[in-house]
Design a protein around this ligand. Structure first.
Ligand SMILES: [Zn+2]
Length: 108
């Protein structure tokens, strides 16, 4: 499923969601307002660094965050960077397995 970027018409919050083409997303997770799709041809091509830069580790990610399986591991990775921890050699492997599991669950 493609990733689309949406913005809440009420509060302006931006989210990226996995969404079947043409389907309407649910309401805004922050205020319940209606989400509208933002036409962004850059959304699909963001680098890992820019995705990491967007993460606010001062609070836990919301439920919507993990609907996008690409986000799994990013939050933890950034948190570890901030703490000066080495994620370890197998970190990417662990993340990849977690992503696969979520993908399989989404397909059920
Ligand atoms: Zn909102």
């Amino acid at each position: 499923m493609p990733i689309y970027e949406f913005r809440c018409r009420a509060c302006g919050k931006k989210v990226e969601l996995l969404c079947p083409t043409g389907a309407q997303p649910g309401p805004c997770s922050a205020c319940g307002g209606r989400l509208e799709r933002i036409m962004s041809r850059f959304a699909h091509h963001r680098s890992l660094q820019s995705r990491l830069a967007d993460i606010d580790t001062s609070r836990p990610p919301g439920d919507d965050y993990y609907r996008d399986e690409r986000n799994i591991g990013l939050w933890a990775r950034k948190r570890m960077q901030e703490l000066g921890c080495d994620p370890g050699i197998d970190f990417d492997g662990v993340v990849e397995r977690a992503r696969q599991q979520v993908k399989e669950q989404l397909q059920d």
